[in-house]
Design a protein around this ligand. Sequence first.
Ligand code: FES
Length: 106
Amino acid sequence: PKITFVQPDDSRQTIEVNDGATVMLSAVSNDIRGIVAECGGSAMCATCHVYVDPEYVTRIPPVSEVENEMLASAASERRENSRLSCQLVMGNGVEELVVRIPPRQV
Ligand code: FES
């Protein structure tokens, strides 16, 4: 699968990842700026907030209850397409994703 990260300044980076990789871990291991991920992927911090490109929103599983609660405390504005990137798993039908990094995570 392929993930494209769009920075607040509109610069883009596309990376290839393995099936089962989360968007958060893929970002961290590829030195993508702007994903803090303080809690390490437990849906407990909301510092891995991303905006999923509207084109892809319906292609990924919906927000869980825990994710929904955490997103309420995200540092940047929450939008309809806000997600926690640690809860987004690539593969299993999700072969491509474009996500925008919010202006700040803390
Ligand atoms: Fe903490 Fe995603 S890394 S909520």
